[in-house]
Ligand binder design. Sequence first.
Ligand code: 6PG
Length: 232
Amino acid sequence: MTGVPVIIREPDPQAVASSAAAHFAATVTAALSERGAAHVALAGGTTPAATYRLLALTSWEGIELWFGDERCVEPTDPESNYHMACADLLRHAPGAVVHRIEGELGAQAAADAYEARLHARFGGETPVLDLILLGIGEDGHTASLFPDNAALGIEDRACVAVHDAPKPPPDRVSLSLPVLRAARSCVLLATGNGKAAALAGALGTPSTHVPSSLLARERLTVIADTAALPLP
Ligand code: 6PG
């Protein structure tokens, strides 16, 4: 937690999306070249949608798309992160392998199923993804790891059940903090002045009160607009 993140400050949300799409493409290309595969976890919420719409890779072969978190709803529910990703990305990513979190099973069963899928693909150690895209909530949460929530403290799992989330729905599934910290690259996206306080917390003293402050900063790139990250 002592590393220094890369900060990319853009003038507006569209420029953030362009920058994030370029970072996505470069990271995936490097992973495919170095290891023959690229494992990316998609962010939920609304911020990444503009990025997903800009992604236009010439090929999605060898790319495996995971999810950083999911709400415990049906995949057809407009609140589903998978549903959002389908609309903005998955429909134009032919050849990509998609690993959906089956949120409709309920938090623990879905977390257990995704845990098994992760270990089947990565082996018994902590899964190391090439890129994890993340958003940030106004309370400093990221993925579905919320301030002082019990799920934040689970260190011996790759995927955790989340209950009592303050952002509806209360039941969710999330990659664990160890997996977020193990990723070769995390990109945190933030736009709008509503995220300014949370992002300042994310870049401040690490604390369980601000889960995004616990990311591995030496492998973190923050891409934000000037509303979310005002010029000093
Ligand atoms: C979710 C997301 C969550 C999101 C932030 C920001 O399922 O809600 O994973 O972590 O990224 O809450 O959401 P917005 O991008 O909609 O502001």
